[in-house]
Design a protein around this ligand. Structure first.
Ligand SMILES: [Ca+2]
Ligand SMILES: [Ca+2]
Ligand SMILES: [Ca+2]
Length: 877
């Protein structure tokens, strides 16, 4: 299902996020990110103004119109408790259906409704077409917004006009031309409702009393494929078994008037339609990430205003959002600054004091500290108050009280950070080992995937935005393999990318580089994982006498070196050949049949010897020749050769050979390659060339190169460190600026993939800067990053790291477990996702929004190095 997410993000729109993790290759690129981020630029205070003054105020609401949905200056309809957004977030087409677009309703602080648009299916899936919106006009004079929608594949245009009328909005759909014949019965106006916010609640359709189903079990019909509207680029998410039919959901109910959730005032919405029939569907019947969909089909052969709905979201009288008291769920070491950031509804009053209570050994609660709160100011839709309780240092168990609100408990103790990386390194990372069976006590996480290996991809465009050109079959600068020919030796080692199961080569190179940095900097010899490459078997929580970190490096390297040896250079990715396998939810070993594909057999037929099948499910290797990343790859292999020497000499030797092959004749241009070559060979020439480049880079942009510069310190002389000092001072100013940009003092990303990656990258660099330059960079910057990750952030105060932070870590993530409303321990959520124009969110009851909840192998290794650095820094006096 939505798994296209991960590599798309690698490929394009979210490349910025990866940059953050690329520090091992292009160190500290992440430090540039906040500045490059458009949202951050928007947040820069105007000249001569403080950030707080720069906040725009809402225009005063006319007296007597408190209950009306009026357009505000941010271009959406608003009344207390209800925001109706109309294409503030457009369908980008990048993810096709990211459940983040069209007409949306943020209902008492929660975005429960989205996807309002003309769509070409009853319950659209990820690869279904989405409309472009070539024009959007906000009309304050008549309190309306008009949007044009266009399906280029069908040359089909429609318009939607949303008008605030009292406490409701009227949604009207206009057609200037009748809908195309091919879309009759399929095109309709849809509005989608978040299942986890509505299931088990009631609805009333034309006076009939019903309940939203907890699990999808509604009726479907099989319809001839000819009736299915075209999907993205001609891909198909349906009929993988060649039945000639696709599955179409049947409605749960139909009528002209629906009251949704009358039993839940914060969720209640009344919708009526003048003439068009309202049909209610359960989108989960086709895809686990589907929402409930209310829709009216567009009539055939009609033009003009063809659909009119009146949508009235209930507002709880006098509703004010509960304060979100942000603090570190992991706790604090005694000497660290401790600042809670309290997120408040703009109409909430600020309480002047807050207090810390200590829980005694006998269970009693005593006031430990009382202090003043201080107003930071407004940041997007809320206002923020800080409560500094750094004076509380005595080890113990505490909670915060602010007015009537009491938080969960947290610990103050020297030990609180001791365990923050264990779940990630003992559980999450080994579960993502490809080509292995992974066992944990009585549970098998997955069997051995892709036993049949990988075929040379044929020239193709791919649903995960990969592309295979024609450099196959003994071409100069190409591979020696014909399309569909087995490339031997690739089904070994490597890591699943994220919620999908492909090997993104760039991400895997990044992972190996990060693990090498973590190993060389911190030498954590933790051994809690049994890894047998020979048996292709991993057992969690079983020591085997070998440091896990070295085993994880070895596992990543095994795939990468196999690529370099067998293809001759690096693939771009090893990925699925068919879309049905790509949206797989479940055991990775079940994605393919483990048998070699034999096109001479009938589809799904198995050969008599049981070794081949006619099922076209074998994975593909994408092998376009792109020499650009070679120096970075060579640097990784050089570093791997150094680290693996004495541990796996044979593999170290192979790495060195591939490093030399890929570095080319001129390694001069790549800082990291030069540093790795100097460290591996000790040759002064490499060091001189590195120095030349690093000072040029620092002169251009100190914050961009600072991480590489810091990483080199242990291998350079005292002069080098001295010369770095002024740049470290510049970096301090850069970090200080975040306190002016937002109340949390860390870079907060506003892209389509939330910004935890920037925060941990910022945190790791801040830790290292403190370790090497404690007189310039104090510990507070890294602690701010830690607090943000562990609960002190917008929207809610849950720890963004699964199973880390005792009182309330997030409980629902997206990953290999992604249909399970659960988590894989140690997963790091991308975090709080920004929705235009002013809303941060992170769902903890709905895993499927990947930009908020999907862990990636590169991202989680980024967290690992941050955690190791933080533990080291916290222990340092
Ligand atoms: Ca991927
Ligand atoms: Ca081990
Ligand atoms: Ca197969």
């Amino acid at each position: 299902m939505n798994v296209r997410s991960c590599s798309l993000f690698v490929a394009a729109a979210l490349a910025a996020f990866l940059l953050v993790f690329a520090h091992a290759q292009t160190p500290a690129a992440g430090q540039q990110q906040p500045r490059q981020n458009q949202g951050q630029r928007q947040r820069q205070p105007r000249q001569g103004q403080s950030q707080r003054q720069a906040q725009q105020q809402l225009p005063a609401r006319p007296a007597g119109r408190e209950k009306e949905l009026l357009l505000n200056d941010k271009g959406y309809f608003e009344r207390p408790g209800v925001n109706v957004l109309v294409f503030s977030n457009a369908f980008t087409g990048g993810f096709n259906d990211e459940k983040n677009s069209g007409i949306e309703i943020i209902h008492h602080g929660v975005r429960t409704v989205q996807g309002g648009a003309v769509r070409l299916g009853k319950t659209p899936e990820q690869w279904d077409l989405v409309p472009a919106s070539p024009s959007r006009r906000v009309n304050p004079e008549n309190n309306s917004i008009e949007v044009t929608m266009r399906y280029n594949d069908y040359r089909f245009d429609s318009r939607v006009v949303v008008t605030g009328k009292g406490s409701a909005v009227e949604i009207s759909v206009y057609l200037d031309q009748p809908i195309p014949e091919a879309l009759v019965g399929q095109a309709g106006f849809n509005l989608e409702f978040l299942p986890s916010q509505y299931w088990n609640k009631t609805y009333i359709m034309d006076g009939r009393f019903r309940r939203f189903p907890r699990y999808a079990a509604s009726d479907t019909e099989a319809v001839p494929n000819e009736k299915k509207p075209m999907q993205y680029r001609g891909f198909r998410t349906y009929d993988d078994r060649d039945t000639g039919k696709f599955v179409d959901p049947l409605p749960l109910d139909k009528g002209n008037s629906i009251v949704i959730a009358p039993d839940a005032p914060e969720r209640m919405i009344k919708i009526t339609s003048d003439e068009a029939t309202l049909e209610l569907y359960d989108g989960r019947i086709l895809a686990q990430n589907g929402w409930y969909v209310l829709r009216s089909p567009l009539p055939a052969n009609k033009t003009g205003k063809v659909i009119t709905w009146t949508v009235e979201p209930h507002a709880v009288p006098g509703w004010i959002r509960e304060p979100n008291i942000g603090f570190s769920q992991v706790g604090y070491v005694p000497d660290q600054p401790k600042v809670a950031v309290i997120e408040l509804d703009k109409s909430d009053r600020v309480i002047a004091n807050a207090a810390i209570f200590r829980i005694g050994e006998d269970g009693t609660e005593k006031l430990a500290y009382q202090g003043k709160t201080s107003l930071w100011g407004e940041y997007y839709k809320y206002k923020y108050v800080k409560f500094d309780f750094s004076e509380v240092k005595k080890p113990g168990i505490y909670y915060i009280r602010y007015g009537d609100h009491k938080t969960g408990n947290f610990i103050i103790d020297d030990s609180v950070y001791n365990w923050i990386t264990n779940a990630t390194s003992d559980v999450w990372i080994p579960i993502h080992m490809n080509h292995m069976t992974v066992n944990e006590a009585y549970r098998v996480w997955h069997g051995e995937p892709f036993k049949e290996g990988y075929l040379q991809a044929p020239p193709s465009n791919h649903f995960d935005n990969h592309f295979q050109g024609t450099n196959t079959g003994i071409k100069p600068d190409g591979t020696h393999y014909e399309p569909y020919e087995l490339i031997p030796g690739l089904n070994v080692g490597g890591y699943f990318d994220a919620g999908d199961f492909d090997i993104e080569t760039g991400a895997n190179i990044n992972v190996v580089s990060t693990l090498i940095s973590a190993w060389e900097l911190f030498r954590n010899k933790r051994d809690e994982t049994f890894v047998s490459e020979e048996q292709r078997y991993v057992d969690l929580h079983r020591p085997d006498g070998k440091p896990d970190m070295l085993q994880y490096i070895e596992h990543g390297v095994l795939n990468l070196v196999a690529q370099a040896e067998n293809i001759g250079f690096m693939s771009s990715t090893l990925s699925n050949s068919v879309l049905d396998n790509y949206h797989h939810l479940g055991d990775a070993a079940a994605i393919t049949d483990g048998l070699h594909y034999d096109p001479s057999l009938k589809k799904y037929e198995v050969s008599e010897d049981g070794k081949r099948s006619g099922t076209p499910d074998d994975m593909w290797a994408f092998t376009n020749r792109n020499p650009g990343p070679d120096p970075g790859t060579a640097a990784m292999f050089a570093a791997a050769a150094r680290v693996l020497k004495g541990y796996n000499d044979e593999l170290a030797e192979r790495c060195l050979k591939q490093s030399q092959k890929l570095m080319g004749t001129n390694p001069r241009g790549n800082m990291n390659l030069l540093l790795q070559l100097y460290r591996t060979t000790g040759e002064k020439e490499y060091r001189d060339m590195f120095e030349q480049l690093i000072w040029q880079s620092m002169g251009r942009n100190a914050n961009g190169g600072i991480r590489t510069a810091l990483d080199a310190i242990p291998y350079m002389d005292a002069d080098y460190k001295k010369r770095l000092e002024p740049y470290v001072k510049q970096f301090k100013e850069y970090m200080d600026n975040f306190d002016r940009l937002n109340p949390y003092g860390v870079p907060i990303g506003e892209g389509n993939w939330a910004g935890s990656g920037s925060v941990v990258s910022f945190g790791a660099t801040a830790c290292l800067a403190n370790i090497y330059f404690p007189d310039i960079i104090d510990k507070s910057y890294a602690y701010k990053a830690a607090s943000f990750m562990f609960g002190c952030h917008p929207y809610h105060n849950y720890s963004l790291v699964a199973a880390v932070g005792a009182a309330r870590p997030k409980e629902v993530f997206y990953g290999n477990n992604r249909a399970d409303f659960s988590f894989i321990p140690g997963n790091v959520a991308p975090g709080v996702l920004f929705r235009r124009p002013d809303h941060f969110e992170n769902f903890d009851d709905w895993p499927f929004l990947w930009g908020q909840n999907e862990g990636t192998i590169a991202g989680n290794c980024g967290y690992l190095i941050f955690g190791e650095a933080l533990k080291t820094m916290a222990k340092k006096k």
